[in-house]
Write a protein that binds this ligand. Structure first.
Ligand SMILES: Nc1ncnc2c1ncn2[C@@H]1O[C@H](COP(=O)(O)OP(=O)(O)OP(=O)(O)O)[C@@H](O)[C@H]1O
Length: 662
């Protein structure tokens, strides 16, 4: 970004005007001493005595040099009429202006550029009453402005003379000046009535002695150097313009006002904010568009007069110049590529991009490797952390298992002590006299039942397995073997089925339930952890067992009573049937009933059959009695054992609780 360079040049004053001048110049600032707010700062301020060469050197010389290198450049003089614009830009024979100085410098610089070859063209045009006239071809009038991608903004039909020397240029310039509109006003005898644009088009390319060399570039740089002498703003009252001059002055003022608006907009940053800049409102601003906020180095020379009578116009010119200080341009080299140059350029760019790509790719790979290494390091750290945690967990688990084993062992020892004691006591209990008499509240007395059983035992051919099953010492229910329990259950089931052929028990499942208790797991042995809550559970379980045993005992007694009653009923029934049959036979014999064919031998046969039935019933009764006795005995034994164990539980609980105390 390049800011517009603004300098101020004050024209010489007459001694009388110098005395009355309200303006003061100090360094690069100019101000009105009696108005503190009216002070302007510029890049340069040239006082009356300064020569044009000094003005040229201040900035224009650099622009010319840049134009040779391919940068566009524009210098224009701005100011009210008779302020010295033409004097500054064109000059005179005794004091050449900026344009001849630039032309001279341009050719000088070109000749110094030994590595490049140049092609220079010049054009000269004026904007008169908003019409573009070609000063090098006076017949070319009212030219139009066009715009294209290749050429940008250009004036169609404008003659561009190829020039090769300063003299040639200056000669053409003289020719153009001869066709420029100049008029006499009250303020200037030779007043410019049009804006003139002197243009140098500079094309150059590298000198190419070896056409096949890849190191050479056929790119053509094209730059435009505009040196503009604007018409001066004027007030008709002062210039005394009438008729044509008044019309010229109107167009001049209108276009200068548009230029002022464009500069104002640009200085406010309207263009960068996407706002509208009215370049098209005048031919001048349209042609100078690249120089105003575009691709050009631009310098403004603001010509002023310090005379008291033109203080307002001077103030207005300084305000315009001050705004221009805030306008920036974007400058770059303009190059045109031929096909060959384009191919070479593209080849070169491809090589450069390939090199960059390789660099960036290698950088990318290095970054990727670095990130992967970091990720690997993180993963290893995480793995080590997890391994440590696992090791600690294993240790803790081992410690827990060890403690559990110790506690289980202690509990088992205590439990076995308790159970051994039960075993011994159970064994003693088995050896004691049977307590069935206390369990028989039914209709039959124990003696009666015992007598029946003892009689039946002698006659009975049926030997239920239950008798063999309970022939050994009765084990505590916790230690009963499951296989033995299953076998016993099967035998018991078999015997029960035999019994049930003729008898219907009130609740056969009650017996099975009693034997099923043997299937309970040995809780003490499998108990891994004994806690207070589990001790409470053991107590509750013992209580449940007591209740169940008590229930089963009551059920057994009920069944026993029921069977006894059935036996008695069966005995009575048999006796009655025998009596009835005997009576019937006797009656038949006494009445001599011819129809009755029963003989005495048949009666005996019936009696025998009945007796056999009685025998079978008695056997079955005996078997049932034995079975029930076994059940009762088992229930009794287990109830006693459970009670004893339950009595042992408090002390056992205390022992277990003490195991958990640290
Ligand atoms: N710095 C200067 N030194 C000597 N003479 C000057 C200087 N500036 C201007 N003049 C003289 O002042 C007169 C008017 O100058 P000039 O024509 O350049 O004004 P201008 O701004 O171009 O006016 P216009 O806008 O009407 O064309 C000329 O005679 C010129 O020689």
């Amino acid at each position: 970004m390049e800011r517009i360079h603004v300098s101020v040049r004050a024209r010489p004053l007459s001694p009388e005007d110098a005395k009355n001048s309200p303006w003061r110049i100090s360094g690069n600032s100019i101000f009105l001493p009696n108005q503190t707010s009216c002070k302007f700062e510029f890049d340069r301020v040239f006082e009356e005595k300064c020569k044009t060469a000094e003005v040229y050197l201040a900035r224009t010389k650099d622009l010319v040099a840049a134009a040779v290198r391919g940068f566009n450049g524009t210098v224009f003089a701005y100011g009210q009429t008779s302020s010295g614009k033409t004097h500054t830009m064109r000059g005179s024979a005794s004091e050449p202006g900026v344009i001849p100085l630039a032309v001279y410098d341009l050719f000088k610089t070109i000749h110094e550029e030994v590595d490049r070859e140049f092609l220079l063209r010049m054009s000269y045009m004026e904007i008169y009453n908003e019409e573009i006239n070609d000063l090098l071809a006076p017949e070319h009038r009212k030219l139009q402005i066009h715009e294209s991608i290749e050429r940008g903004i250009f004036v169609a039909g404008l003659r561009e003379e190829i020039v090769a020397s300063t003299e040639q240029v200056l000669g053409l310039m003289e020719f153009g000046e001869s066709h420029r509109h100049i008029g006499e006003t009250n303020m200037n005898v030779y007043s410019s009535r049009s804006h003139t644009i002197f243009r140098m088009i500079i094309e150059s390319r590298e000198k190419n002695e070896d056409a096949d060399s890849d190191n050479t570039c056929d790119a053509v740089r094209v730059s435009v150097l505009n040196l503009v002498d604007l018409a001066g703003s004027e007030r008709a009252a002062k210039t005394g313009a009438e008729g044509v001059r008044l019309k010229e002055g109107s167009h001049i003022n209108k276009s200068l006002m548009t230029l002022g608006t464009v500069i104002k907009k640009l200085s406010e940053g309207v263009e960068s904010q996407g706002g509208h800049v009215p370049y098209r409102d005048s031919k001048l601003t349209r042609i100078l568009q690249p120089a105003l906020g575009g691709n050009a180095n631009t310098a403004i020379i603001c010509n002023i007069t310090l005379a008291q009578t033109h203080a307002d116009e001077t103030k207005s010119s300084l305000q315009f110049a001050s705004r221009a200080l805030h306008v920036t341009n974007c400058v770059h080299v303009n190059e045109i590529l031929t096909d060959a140059a384009l191919l070479k350029r593209q080849k070169k760019e491809i090589e450069e991009l390939r090199a960059k790509l390789l660099d960036s790719h290698s950088e990318h790979l290095e970054e990727e490797i670095l990130s992967l290494r970091n990720a690997l390091l993180k993963a290893e750290l995480e793995r080590e952390r997890m391994a440590l945690e696992l090791e600690e967990e294993k240790k803790a688990q081992g410690e827990r298992e060890r403690r559990l084993q110790e506690q289980a062992k202690k509990i088992e020892n205590l439990s076995s002590m308790v159970l051994c004691s039960n075993k011994n006591e159970n064994h003693d209990i088995y050896k004691k006299e049977k307590r069935r008499e206390t369990w028989c509240p039914g209709k039959l007395s124990r003696e009666t039942t015992y007598e029946l059983n003892s009689k039946d035992e002698e006659k009975s051919l049926v030997k239920p397995g239950r008798v063999e099953c309970f022939s050994g010492p009765l084990l505590p229910f916790e230690e009963l073997d499951e296989a033995g329990a299953v076998e016993s259950c099967k035998e018991e089931e078999h015997n029960k089925n035999d019994l049930q052929e003729d008898f219907i028990f009130p609740n056969p499942l009650a017996l099975l339930h009693v034997t099923s208790r043997r299937k309970l797991p040995t809780r003490k042995k499998s108990l891994p952890i004994v806690e207070n809550s589990e001790l409470e559970e053991i107590q509750a379980e013992y209580e449940d067992l007591l209740i169940k045993f008590e229930t089963e005992r009551i059920m057994s007694e009920i069944q026993l009573d029921y069977l006894r009653s059935r036996l008695v009923e069966a005995d009575l029934s048999q006796e009655e049937k025998f009596k009835e049959s005997f009576a019937e036979n006797k009656t038949c014999k006494a009445h001599g009933c011819a129809s009755d064919k029963l003989s005495e031998s048949e009666a005996i046969l019936v009696i025998k059959q009945l007796q056999e039935k009685i025998t079978v019933l008695e056997m079955e009764k005996s078997s049932s009695q034995q079975n029930l006795d076994c059940v009762i005995e088992l229930a009794t034994e287990q109830t006693i054992s459970a009670k004893e164990k339950y009595d042992e539980v408090p002390s056992f609980n205390v022992l277990c609780f003490e195991l958990y105390l640290p």
